[in-house]
Design a binder for this molecule. Structure first.
Ligand code: GLY
Length: 442
């Protein structure tokens, strides 16, 4: 009976807590959270609230509860070195060390690694520490992407056409970023359809999980500001309707080569999740970025479909024996719709911004699964924060049914909240298919 430490307080971690709790190994769950997620708390033997920067508090909680191994949900504790700190007291983890988490925390590290080991998928790119040379490189690109070289909560990437129009604006933005951070990356912009490939990795073996498509924009029709992700879907065949089989193979192959390169480069084995943000283009699959953790919302699409015991998967990741385990997922469709405060992603002076911190009620979500995210359970009820509140997931044999289940579930949440009605609908998915056909000139 393992004692498992879970670090994190979002809907992704609620889905992880549920996957752990389903295990036949009857684990006891000990959760370290920034705020009190009632879903995780209800599945935990014990919880502790604190900061992810307070490594002593986390390791102390782990030691006190005789933890067998830890599962780290979000990127912040990885970036703070929690896996290294736990290793020092003899506790292994599913999650990379601080150095290996650079796969996510340093965009330049990953771009340079991919180039150095001749792995396909990189765009034209250059890393800049000062503004000299930026203008000349901008002149070489047809479309521009600017990325600060650090953690940005998924919202720091600036894309031409979405966040700025002209090269002069791009140059000004680069100057602003360099005034605040030590380096940035300028990249070629790709046209295509994005997908998330979350892989499990024990350092040597890379195992793909069902593909998911996230929706970053706040409003219907992919309009409005970028968010952490408003919802996502996956299909019973575990692929995406706009991809060719080779696209999935290419994404997997890139990830296998990156895992091998990490081993060669650092001499350490990457144990955890390598979540590749890929884009299918007219020239094949390209790499947008890696994250060193499960996606949020994407974790909610794949973890509930696991047929294999998640605790067993964790044990194999830690032991370096993933090649010995058959990992299976239900052949079902999933649709996740995030319920967010009405003011989520909007400027502080917007009339809806006041919705944050309001009280909400959650009724019967019917056949849907409910995963709490940034909500705070107080004595008199459940309160919103400024971030995404609740992930509602429909699971069924068809996308249409999964979408209907999620849609009905969302209606059970009342208060000043919003969600995207179009996620998982045939109309939006057809738009993706048509877009790819146009790009491929089919
Ligand atoms: N789905 C976006 C992320 O997890 O970063």
């Amino acid at each position: 009976m393992p004692n498992i430490l879970l670090v994190g307080n979002g809907a992704r971690e609620h889905a992880l807590a549920e996957a752990i709790s389903r295990s036949e190994q009857k684990p006891l769950l000990f959760s370290f959270m920034k705020t009190n997620n009632p879903g995780i708390a209800s599945l935990s033997e014990k919880i502790k609230l604190g900061s992810y920067a307070d490594l002593e508090a986390i390791t102390g909680f782990a030691a006190e509860n005789k933890i067998t191994f830890a599962v780290i949900g979000p990127e912040d504790p990885l970036n703070n070195g929690i896996v290294d700190a736990l290793a020092k007291i003899g506790i292994p983890a599913v999650g990379p060390t601080k150095s290996l988490a650079r796969l996510e925390t340093s965009k330049s590290f990953t771009r340079n690694l991919v180039s150095k080991y001749n792995i396909p998928g990189n765009p034209q790119f250059k890393v800049f520490k000062e503004i000299d040379g930026v203008e000349a490189f901008l002149d070489q690109l047809e479309g521009i992407v600017i990325k600060p070289d650090g953690l940005t909560g998924g919202k720091g990437v600036l894309v031409q056409g979405d966040h700025f129009s002209t090269k002069q604006e791009a140059l000004n933005l680069c100057k602003q970023i360099l005034a605040e951070s030590s380096s940035l990356i300028v990249e070629e912009k790709f046209d295509g359809e994005e997908f998330s490939l979350q892989c499990l990795c024990d350092g040597k073996t890379v195992v793909g999980t069902p593909l998911v498509q996230d929706h970053k924009r706040r409003f219907e029709g992919d309009k409005g500001p970028n968010t952490g992700g408003m919802g996502s879907y996956s299909l019973p065949d575990h692929s995406m309707p706009f991809l060719k089989p080779k696209d999935l193979e290419d994404g997997l192959e890139i990830t296998r080569q990156v895992a091998a390169a990490l081993w060669k480069e650092t001499g350490s084995l990457y144990k955890g999740v390598m979540y590749g943000g890929f884009i299918a283009t007219k020239n094949g699959v390209k790499l947008l970025e890696y994250n060193a953790r499960f996606g949020d919302p994407e974790a909610m699409n794949i973890l509930p479909l696991l047929k294999t015991d998640f605790v067993e998967i964790c044990r194999h990741i830690i032991a370096g024996t993933l090649d010995k385990l058959k990992i299976e997922f239900e052949p079902k469709a999933t649709v996740c719709k995030y319920v967010v405060p009405k003011g989520y992603g909007l400027p502080a002076d917007h009339p809806d911004a006041a919705s944050s911190r309001a009280k909400i009620e959650v009724g019967d979500v019917g056949k849907a699964r409910l995963y709490y995210s940034s909500v705070d359970k107080k004595e008199d009820g459940l309160y919103l924060s400024s971030s995404r509140a609740i992930g509602i997931v429909g699971i069924a044999n068809t996308l249409e049914k999964a979408c209907k289940i999620a849609e009905e579930g969302v209606k059970a949440v009342s208060g000043p909240v919003a969600y995207r009605t179009d996620i998982g609908t045939d109309a939006l998915i057809q738009k993706r298919i048509d877009h790819m056909k146009k790009i491929r000139k089919e």
